[in-house]
Design a protein around this ligand. Structure first.
Ligand code: FPP
Length: 252
């Protein structure tokens, strides 16, 4: 699949990915589940690099769901370790390439040392490669969904809206879709245009429930550790050929 098939004007601005199949990949290779996650980090590096190269502006990766907390302690700790390693190892590279890191989800639950590396990378990449904050300098915003759940996002938004109503900062009649969205973790981010899910699962799995309303969905049987540049480009090209109507009639 050649890069030349990418039409910049038709690219999705925001791509969201449910990275699935690390466990199945590990099993197929007679390895432990943690080795599967480790192999998955390589695909993360590839999608970030490719998204930046082709000109995708926002990339959201479902790295740790609220449900993932229920996995065996050893696996959860390994995911923390991989995340921490990723943040430390990739920080310089992200800054150099003007990639801004953002996090959605409740990271208070994560170990202090992981939270520290997250905040450090978020702050450092916000300033960009020039070391100073200049609005609009970032080529790509990488959003990691960490301890994220779509329902939990909507619930925390409702809690904060209720508080603001009590404090008389907003009235119920002022809450329209735009106002509601500004209370979600994704405030200031455009809704995803394309949702990719690997390993042949046909579910949203409590990902960006509100934000995915009109996203185009692309599913592949490829397991996340095998997700290659050519498969990613195939998804982008498939998106370019979709007709998005947002519930309306064409040429109305
Ligand atoms: C699903 O595979 C994937 C995850 C639980 C999260 C993805 C995490 C990584 C790629 C590694 C760490 C993240 C970062 C940001 C460095 P699965 O275990 O559900 O696969 P299965 O359905 O085949 O068991």
């Amino acid at each position: 699949m050649k890069n030349t098939l990418i039409v910049p004007q038709k690219l999705p601005r925001h791509v969201a990915i449910i990275m699935d199949g690390n466990g199945r990949w590990a099993k197929a290779h007679r390895l432990g589940r943690i080795a599967g996650h480790r192999a998955g980090v390589k695909s993360i590096r590839m999608v970030v690099k490719t998204a930046r190269e082709v000109g995708v502006k926002f990339l959201t990766l479902f790295a740790f769901s609220t449900e993932n907390k229920k996995r065996p302690k050893r696996e959860v700790e390994a995911l923390f370790a991989l995340l921490k390693q990723f943040l430390i190892k990739e920080r310089k590279e992200l800054i150099k390439n003007n990639v801004r890191l953002k996090v959605i989800g409740d990271i208070e639950w994560f170990p202090e040392s992981v939270q520290k590396e997250i905040k450090k990378t978020v702050d450092a990449t916000e300033r960009g490669s020039a070391g100073v904050h200049i609005a609009g300098v970032h080529g790509l915003t990488l959003i990691l969904a960490l301890n994220y759940g779509g329902r939990q996002d909507i619930v925390q938004a409702c809690q904060r809206i209720t508080k603001d109503i009590q404090r008389l900062e907003i009235t119920p009649s002022e809450i329209d879709e735009k106002a509601f969205a500004s209370y979600l973790y994704t405030k200031d981010l455009p809704d995803p245009d394309l949702l990719i899910r690997t390993s042949n699962e046909y579910r949203i799995s409590n990902f960006l429930l509100w934000q995915l309303s009109y996203a185009e969905i692309w599913i592949t049987p490829v397991l996340w550790p095998d997700f290659s540049k050519s498969v990613f480009l195939e998804a982008l090209i498939s998106y370019q050929n979709r007709k998005r109507r947002f519930g309306m009639v064409k040429n109305a």
